[in-house]
Design a protein around this ligand. Structure first.
Ligand code: ADP
Length: 310
């Protein structure tokens, strides 16, 4: 196997209840169902890339608690590398408490990042050889920023391609942004980071220009049901969404990023990788859930062959 993709990001356990309505302060509701599953953008994107057939190593941090065991069991069942799942002896594993109103489909979410927001300089040093030997480093915004910036500097010095999915949206210092090879916000994050409302190709070009002017080399904007956009500063393309039976769009962005970096790691160019991302995102919305909805390599290959002739 060639050099791995390294995803350096979050793991949280998603604890999801469904109920009729959502509780008011002080109120207790009886729910109708509950689900526990592996989540966190770092984890989800690593799973997506792994199922898409990439050689991927996830670096994240969990507690020495029962939810940490959930993570280990999950990665072993997926057949993923667990060598860089760091352990925090004091802090809890991260959790997302998700309450879904089954009538309106609205939700209320509290995320407690726990261990994965406390990655120490020593943790990062332990991962230095892994990062330096990577083909691509994929990051999101769910770990502590000081660790994120250290990891970016190590990757940059080693000439590793850096892909940043800036989710959830948070301000990125200009000095950090100029080190990023490809930034991959969704339209909401693109608006938060550039001030440009993104609803069509021209908007996407304008938002992308803000990133390009700040020193990012390539910009991808996922635009939900509109599809996905990419530019390298010369060529720009808005690829329409693929026509699928969409039943649950949670995790579409994570799927996109996983499929996208898989294709890049196999030597595809930005616009071919955009097609793999678009196909992976589309396939994920045809199934319920986040990590469980990530498609296999065979499904992605079929989608890409039938729609793009790749
Ligand atoms: P996020 O989950 O971050 O909000 P998006 O909603 O932008 O991300 O979706 C990511 C990608 O998933 C899109 O760019 C597109 O390729 C695909 N996608 C999302 N929704 C649909 C849909 N309804 N039909 C087909 N593809 C979709």
């Amino acid at each position: 196997m060639g050099k791995p993709i390294v995803v350096f990001g979050s793991f949280v356990v998603d604890l999801t209840s469904r109920s009729k309505g959502l509780p008011l302060p002080g109120q207790t509701l009886l729910g109708s169902s509950f689900k526990l599953g592996a989540g966190g953008k770092g984890s989800n994107q690593a799973v997506a890339a792994h199922r898409a057939g990439a050689n991927v190593t996830l670096v994240t941090k969990i507690g020495s608690d029962v939810f940490g065991q959930v993570a280990m069991d999950f990665y072993r069942a997926e057949g993923m590398n667990t060598d860089y799942i760091l352990r925090d002896s004091e802090r809890e594993t991260g959790v997302a408490l998700i309450m879904v109103d089954e009538q309106s489909a609205q939700n209320e979410i509290v995320v407690v990042s726990g261990a994965c927001a406390h990655i120490t300089p020593e943790d990062v040093e332990r991962c230095r050889p892994l990062i330096e030997g990577a083909s691509i480093l994929l990051l999101q915004h769910e770990i502590n920023f000081d660790a994120q910036y250290r990891v970016i500097d190590i990757a940059r010095a080693a000439g590793v391609k850096i892909v940043l999915n800036p989710a959830p949206a948070a301000e990125i210092p200009a000095e950090v942004l100029s080190k990023i090879d490809i930034v991959t916000p969704n339209e909401t994050e693109a608006q938060a980071l550039t001030g440009v409302e993104v609803g069509n190709l021209e908007d996407a070009k304008r938002a992308a220009k803000v990133f390009l002017d700040r020193g990012v080399k390539n910009v991808v904007i996922t635009m939900g049901a509109l599809g996905s956009f990419a530019t390298d500063g010369v060529r720009s393309e808005l690829l329409p969404r693929l026509n699928v039976n969409a039943i649950d769009t949670t995790g579409a962005g994570d799927a996109f990023n996983g499929g996208f970096v898989m294709a890049l790691s196999e030597g595809r160019d930005l616009f071919q990788a955009l097609r793999y991302g678009n196909a992976t995102g589309a396939l994920s919305v045809t199934k319920l859930g986040t990590a469980p909805s990530m498609p296999s390599r065979a499904e992605i290959d079929r989608m890409v062959r039938e729609n793009y002739g790749l």
